[in-house]
Design a protein around this ligand. Structure first.
Ligand code: PBG
Length: 335
């Protein structure tokens, strides 16, 4: 119910910072953030990623340092991605199953240092490990095979859970992988390991910088349109989410983020489950390049975009700006 002017003046409650704070409908805190980090080989290594200005790959000791930083900032979860050495990549991505791969070593190191003071989310898909950069196993024509890939993903997920991962996050978009992974986790006694499904993941132009970060840009031939969703679709996103929930996903993700806020809202309204958003690498790069060009205020854009995800219904956001945003949120004057 809204009255009429001048008895009703909607500007009244906007007149001062304290009043805006009092009437703000959406709260964003550091606890809403998931910080994606890229792991590389070595000791004491920091490799800046040109395509993601301000983001680096870290050797395992650096990941541990970032994990401590996250705990201090109140960021509850890290999302880990490995940059696999080219010679460890193969047609079948077998390195994903190696209990001593970079991912597993990073999980164990953080766990050893911080126990359960931080959550670790691990990406399940073969693209950081395959010589062709696709997320699954391919046939002679380059088509990504579904059922064979699911089998490999189950092995990858178990490998991560055995190393101590808290949240398994399949980003591959194969049909049936959530149920297969859930069954395997139950059978192995990992009953409290969560699954956050990349349920509605679109074949997007916004993943370019990420592919540089994990070293698969130059390797990928073709695209991922036979498994990732068509950006024009929304009914299909609801079916993807429904299937993944039925198969045992605890939470679901929509990806990319800002261009897909409508999908977040529809998923939230339809299923009333925790929905997460991934503000992906291309979105991060757009903000950073706009800042470099003098076209935008970084702090304001970061807070505004992250708040928009919460307003759209997201429970949390994966963002490369997580540490910066947490610092801003932890010391923010009223505005
Ligand atoms: C791999 C994966 C991708 C991203 C997360 N996991 C890339 C892709 O599907 O090609 C993208 C993240 C980003 O762009 O920040 N399956």
């Amino acid at each position: 119910m809204t009255g009429t002017y001048p008895h009703t003046r909607l500007r009244r409650t906007r007149a001062t910072a304290w009043s805006r704070a009092l009437h703000r409908e959406t709260a964003l805190t550091a606890a809403d953030l998931i910080w994606p980090l890229f792991i590389t080989e070595g000791e004491g290594v920091e490799q800046p990623i040109a395509a993601l200005p301000g983001v680096s790959r870290w050797s395992v000791d650096g990941i541990v340092a970032r994990a401590r930083e996250a705990v201090e900032l109140g960021i509850p979860v890290l999302a880990l991605f490995p940059h696999t050495q080219p010679e460890r990549r193969s047609e079948d991505g077998a390195e994903a199953l190696n209990p001593d791969n970079l991912m597993c070593r990073a999980i164990r190191a953080v766990r050893e240092d911080l126990g359960d003071r931080i959550g670790l989310l691990t990406d399940v898909a073969l693209d950081p490990y395959t010589s062709h950069g696709q997320d699954g196993l391919i046939d002679e024509a380059g088509y990504v095979l579904n059922d064979e890939t699911v089998e490999a993903l189950v092995g990858q997920a178990l490998n991560q859970a055995n190393a101590g991962a808290d949240i398994i996050a399949p980003s591959d978009m194969m049909d049936g992988r959530i149920g297969a992974i859930r069954d395997a986790l139950e059978d192995a006694g990992h009953v409290n390991v969560q699954i956050m499904s990349y349920a509605a993941k679109y074949a997007s132009a916004f993943y370019g910088p990420f592919r540089d970060a994990v070293g698969s840009r130059g390797l990928l031939k073709g695209d991922k349109k036979t498994y990732q969703m068509d950006p024009a679709n929304t009914e299909e996103a609801l079916r993807e989410v429904e299937m993944d929930l039925a198969e045992g996903a605890d939470t679901v993700m929509v990806k990319p983020g800002l261009p897909y806020l409508d999908i977040i809202r529809r998923v939230k309204d339809t299923f009333e489950v925790p929905v997460f958003a991934y503000q992906v690498s291309g979105e991060y790069a757009m903000i950073e390049h706009a800042v470099t060009a003098g076209a935008a205020d970084r702090d304001a854009m970061v807070i505004e975009t992250l708040t928009a995800f919460k307003r759209a219904g997201a429970s949390g956001v994966l963002t490369y700006h997580a540490a910066h945003a947490a610092r801003l949120l932890n010391h923010r004057p009223a505005s």
